[in-house]
Design a protein around this ligand. Structure first.
Ligand SMILES: NC(=O)c1ccc[n+]([C@@H]2O[C@H](COP(=O)([O-])OP(=O)(O)OC[C@H]3O[C@@H](n4cnc5c(N)ncnc54)[C@H](OP(=O)(O)O)[C@@H]3O)[C@@H](O)[C@H]2O)c1
Length: 309
């Protein structure tokens, strides 16, 4: 999500991650056996997908998941297939390994898109991506989704494993105030203190980082944790979470401290506002490509739509 290269990404994320850093992350990931990469057409207006291709990750056997963004102007199955083809082209693959539906924000049911891709072609639903961390895991809706996925044999991929920084070391009151997830749910620094103290105590007892405790906990819940890696050091730290196993007692202790700030329960008006916001963001990416970086987003969508029509 942080790997886009447009001027807009620089503004949203504060800086652009350099090619050298990404090559370092790629090489360290290969050494550590990390093979799963998550991207989306919406990340950097497609430039995140292009970066994965340029890093040679899909060709080197990496498992790449990308996502369809159901913006307001997409209503047909053809628009779904067009978007999938454009993503495949940007990734440089014949077919991506996993195609998620990004944030079900559209007035049409996600079922429309699932029919377009999966059921019609006899493809089974392999994975469901939801936010999964100690900030939301106590919400009944989150528990229900995980339980249902387990029953149906659908893997749960949990994004925001570190609560976008709310659950890792070094959080300050100012950082919490600026945090996107905190702003979305209205969570304050003080409301986090008990949960953070529990994570910190377990981390200190094992001489590991708070991030490692969160990642290990998610794995103990049979969820595949996705972590937004921005440096080689963060990758090394995160991977070290696979070298130990939290005890039953530690997992129970974390479960008791977990919060239920589900973003599923957002009121309809906020969801509608979010839909408009995402659609405007994509428009801004398109404009940003027009004026700065013409790397294929628009031209390729036109090309594939001509082919389909
Ligand atoms: N499906 C969806 O709607 C959706 C939504 C959001 C994200 N995602 C996916 O999930 C991925 C991860 O989510 P996310 O980036 O929002 O949340 P996250 O993984 O909870 O947080 C990422 C942030 O944590 C920090 N970090 C990473 N590794 C760390 C470590 N070992 N120790 C301490 N801090 C560490 C970095 O902060 P600094 O910035 O301080 O370096 C990074 O920006 C995204 O890249 C994206 O692929 C999907």
């Amino acid at each position: 999500m942080m790997w886009g290269t447009t001027a807009l990404d620089r503004r949203i994320n504060g800086y652009l991650i350099s090619d050298a850093t990404l090559r370092g992350i790629r090489d360290e990931a290969a050494r550590a056996g990390v093979t799963f990469f998550d991207t989306a057409e919406g990340y950097g207006g497609g430039t995140s997908e292009i970066r994965l291709r340029r890093l040679g990750i899909p060709r080197a056997g990496g498992v790449v998941a990308t996502k369809f963004l159901p913006t307001l102007w997409r209503w047909s199955e053809a628009s779904f297939i067009r978007a999938l083809r454009a993503s495949n082209w940007r990734l440089g693959v014949e077919c991506c390994d996993i195609y998620f539906i990004h944030t079900p924000i559209h007035p049409r049911s996600p079922d429309v898109w699932v029919r377009a891709a999966a059921r019609k072609h006899g493809i089974r639903i392999a994975a469901n991506q939801i936010m999964f961390n100690l900030l939301v895991s106590d919400a009944p809706s989150v528990r229900d989704v995980v339980k249902t996925c387990n029953e149906l044999g659908i893997a749960v991929v949990g994004y925001g494993a570190l609560g976008q920084g709310l659950l890792s070391d070094g959080l300050t009151r100012n950082k919490a105030r600026a945090n996107r997830f905190a702003r979305l749910t209205g969570l304050s620094f003080d409301e986090l203190s008990e949960l953070r103290a529990t994570i910190a105590e377990i981390a200190a007892g094992r001489s590991v980082s708070m991030a490692q405790v969160c990642v290990n906990w998610a794995m103990r819940k049979s969820v595949l944790p996705l972590v937004g890696i921005r440096s080689v050091e963060q990758l090394r730290d995160t991977v070290a979470a696979t070298t130990f196993e939290l005890s039953e007692a530690e997992v129970r202790c974390l479960d008791r401290a977990a919060l239920s700030s589900s973003t599923f329960a957002r009121p309809i008006a906020r969801r509608a506002a979010f839909t408009v916001f995402i659609s405007c963001l994509v428009t801004m990416y398109r404009l940003s490509h027009l004026f700065a970086d013409r790397t294929a987003f628009i031209s390729h969508e036109r090309h594939t739509s001509a082919k389909i029509e």
